[in-house]
Write a protein that binds this ligand. Structure first.
Ligand code: MOS
Length: 745
């Protein structure tokens, strides 16, 4: 079959794994069959701080089908033997070690694992466990701990600290003619991917384990298992072929992995452990945060001073950090900037990365404050953003590798019809609904991480590419297939991508929006290496039509290698491999950040988000009727999956603006809405028109593919655009997220 002019890069392409998913053929971690499987059920603490005084396990032990109960008193001796445990995503501190002691660090903390012949028996027996606690005083309320906030340790955090102050922000604030200083609060949010965290640990015998785990990083999770349990790397294979969403909660190995492996090693049986939806609320969360943002400008709207002080929650055992305020020093041009970021310790689980960690909250506060300043100035909210455009990163004095943000503003505004906006709040109305239009800028890192891949060209001309990447619903599988198909001019069905397995070539966790750029570039490099090998073999054949060609003169396409200037002069892949007595050619490819270039350049994805809300004047009900998100993200590999990423981010941003919040009863230290009935996020009925625009952006430095990544940018700026639209509609400025009806009325 000839593929003619088809190119795969940039073509809207259906997910190659879509059919398997919708027909139930894709197996998730809790769905892999295993012989003689046992089921584990986790028992959680019912207090937030203290010690376990006594455990009555008799009734549970006698329950039919129960095989074993693990607690801190009889936990596996193998666990944590090797103190050099590994988790490439861990913040500074001591990771939570299940069953390590009688100490309680947070409500819902796993304190026992019931293992039974059936899931139902394990669950029923869990309800019979009686535990007495010596209860300590606890605090789960960030407000109460603000006075004890501290600067986070820089060591081993991997997070850039706030930049040093520049200019004199205090003085410039005093001197400026127009200024605002406001406090914002963004409530803690919880990850609620469709798939619950689960592990099926298959006990293979001979000391070998095959582990099916829900994780964003098979190799990180495999490294955790081998280091915690003192196992040999070659004995542990960890598979995460399909991941039903994760949003950052799967970056770190979660409790169920520890429990399934521990029980499997102790009992020498295969074991499955799944978390319940309620237990998902105790594995980490987007931190609760307070922000004070002070902005000052001259009468022309040019920023004279930016100050952003943020305090975010962490646990007692780890200093979880994000880049929260850094954005305020680089999104706009300003000579006087002072940013601080502090943590406060609460009796909760350690927070963890959640889609655009840091930016999702920090940018929201900044962008709401800038909106407030624009009204003080009488300058339009889009105009003030244009006036203060930053053409370099003023935090680091580095050049951007590209920044098509002004195009995002203009193309987004045009699509939205922004010029028809009347500047005054409460000026637009239809029936009982007040209409408001708001805008926000968004920004997220464009990382390139170290990654490796292999490509294998078979004698029949088909291709396999492999890397230990994960597809958390993002479309990784599809874009890697496209990259392989593009390199060899093959139809998609002749390319098989292999991912989601710790035995494949090295990959970082899937996070930070870096997978397409990093693993994609590694796959492309591997494909290039295979083409080079193929060319070498072809050229040295007797009477080769390519004998006098050099590599740049040839193309591989339609299962042939041929001269670009004379396509008839070439060889079939079959002929070449046959002559060389090969059945396949495998080569490796790798990428790593260009450290030299990074001294001078830095890369970000940028966006402009426009939102329309309609607010019922009597009831305070907010509908987000339109969102336009215009993003500049370098080359778009697959407009279809790329658009889906932005849609998902925007929906999550609407949730942040209006719905999502953990409701904690601070007297008990308990999350009261740890379920999908009461923890609200947008349902279909909450989502109306979302338009995604990718502006043209060429970037030859950000990554070998020119790709920036899109997993996170969609949420950044969406909550602020909605909040700003609500102010424009109602004249009410709500600085406490989510913006629920009671706060508007
Ligand atoms: Mo993303 S929060 O890095 O999975």
């Amino acid at each position: 079959m000839s593929v003619g002019e088809i190119t795969h890069i940039g073509r809207p392409t259906n997910r190659v794994d879509g059919k398997l998913k919708v027909t139930g053929q894709a197996h998730y971690a809790a769905e892999y069959p295993a012989d003689d499987l046992l089921y584990g059920y986790i028992v959680g603490s019912t207090t937030a701080a203290g010690r376990i005084a006594a455990m009555d396990l008799d009734a549970a032990r006698q329950f039919p089908g129960v095989v074993e109960i693990f607690t801190h008193e009889n936990r596996s001796k193998a666990a944590w033997l090797d103190r050099s445990w590994r988790d490439e995503v861990a913040p500074p501190g001591h990771p939570f070690r299940p069953l390590n002691s009688d100490r309680i660090l947070f409500d819902g903390q796993p304190v026992a694992l019931i293992v039974a012949e059936t899931f139902e028996a394990a669950r029923d027996a869990a309800s019979l466990v009686r535990i007495a606690y010596d209860v300590d005083a606890h605090c789960t309320e960030l407000e109460a701990k603000r006075a004890e906030a501290y600067a986070p340790p820089k060591k081993r955090s991997g997070i850039p600290p706030p930049p040093d102050p520049r200019g004199d922000a205090e003085q410039a604030f005093q001197n400026a003619p127009v200024k605002i200083s406001r406090d914002y609060r963004i409530n803690a949010e919880h990850h609620n991917p469709m798939e619950m965290f689960a592990t099926t640990c298959v006990f293979e015998g001979d000391g070998k384990l095959t582990i099916y785990d829900k994780t964003q990083g098979s190799q990180n999770a495999q490294g955790y298992v081998t280091s915690v349990f003192g196992l040999r790397s070659k004995d542990v294979r960890l598979v995460n072929q399909y991941v039903g969403g994760a949003f950052g909660a799967g970056l770190r190995p979660q409790h169920q992995l520890f429990f399934a492996v521990m029980a499997s090693l102790e009992l020498e049986r295969s074991v499955r452990v799944s978390l319940t939806r309620a237990q998902m609320f105790h594995i980490g969360y987007r931190p609760d945060s307070y922000h004070t943002v002070s902005l000052a400008a001259d009468r022309d709207g040019r920023l004279q001073s930016i100050m952003h002080d943020a305090v975010a929650s962490t646990s007692h055992y780890e200093d979880y950090q994000e880049a929260v305020v850094n954005w305020s020093g680089m999104m706009y041009h300003c000579d006087n900037v002072k940013l601080t970021y502090q943590l406060a310790k609460l009796d909760t689980a350690t927070p963890c990365d959640m889609r655009a960690p840091g930016a999702a909250i920090g940018v929201t506060a900044l962008e709401c404050a800038l909106d407030e300043l624009s009204y003080e100035l009488g300058i339009g909210p889009l105009e003030i953003r244009r006036i203060n455009f930053a053409s370099k990163d003023e935090n680091t004095n580095k050049q951007f590798t590209s920044k098509a943000l002004l195009e995002c503003y203009s193309e987004g505004a045009a699509a939205f019809g922004w010029e028809k906006r009347s500047p005054r709040p409460r000026a637009m109305k239809e029936g009982r609904e007040l209409i408001g239009w708001g805008v926000s800028t968004g920004m997220w890192d464009a990382f390139l991480q170290k990654a490796q891949a292999t490509a294998t060209l078979k004698v029949d001309g088909t291709l396999e590419v492999a890397t230990a990447a994960s597809d958390i619903g993002t479309g990784t599988w599809t874009i890697l297939t496209q990259i392989g198909a593009e390199a060899f001019g093959l139809p998609l069905e002749d390319v098989q991508a292999r991912i989601g397995d710790s035995t494949l070539p090295m990959s970082p966790v899937e996070g930070g929006s870096w997978t397409a750029a990093s693993n994609g570039s590694a796959v492309q490099a591997a494909c290039d290496a295979v083409k080079h090998s193929l060319f070498k073999q072809a050229r040295k054949m007797a009477n080769s039509p390519l004998a006098d060609a050099s590599f740049k003169d040839v193309e591989v396409r339609d299962r042939r290698i041929f001269r670009k200037d004379d396509p008839a002069r070439g060889l079939s892949i079959f002929e070449v491999m046959h002559a060389a007595e090969l059945t396949e050619i495998t080569e490796q490819g790798k990428v790593s950040p260009n450290l030299r270039q990074m001294l001078k350049y830095i890369s970000y994805t940028n966006s402009a988000v426009f939102a329309e809300v309609r607010v019922d004047e009597d009831l305070g009900v907010v509908r987000v009727t339109r969102v336009v998100c215009a993003a500049a993200a370098g080359k778009i590999l697959n407009p279809k999956t790329a658009r889906s990423q932005i849609l998902g981010g925007v929906v999550m941003g609407i949730g942040m603006a209006l719905h999502e919040e953990a409701m904690t009863d601070h007297r008990l230290g308990k999350i009261m809405n740890a379920n999908l009935g009461e923890y609200h996020f947008p349902a279909h009925a909450d989502i109306e028109d979302i338009e995604v625009i990718f502006v043209d952006e060429k970037d030859d430095k950000v990554s070998p593919l020119g790709v920036k990544g899109l997993g996170e940018i969609g949420i950044v700026g969406t909550a602020s655009a909605v909040a700003n639209a609500i102010f424009h509609a109602t004249g009410v400025r709500v600085r406490d997220f989510p913006i629920t009806i009671d706060k508007i009325l």
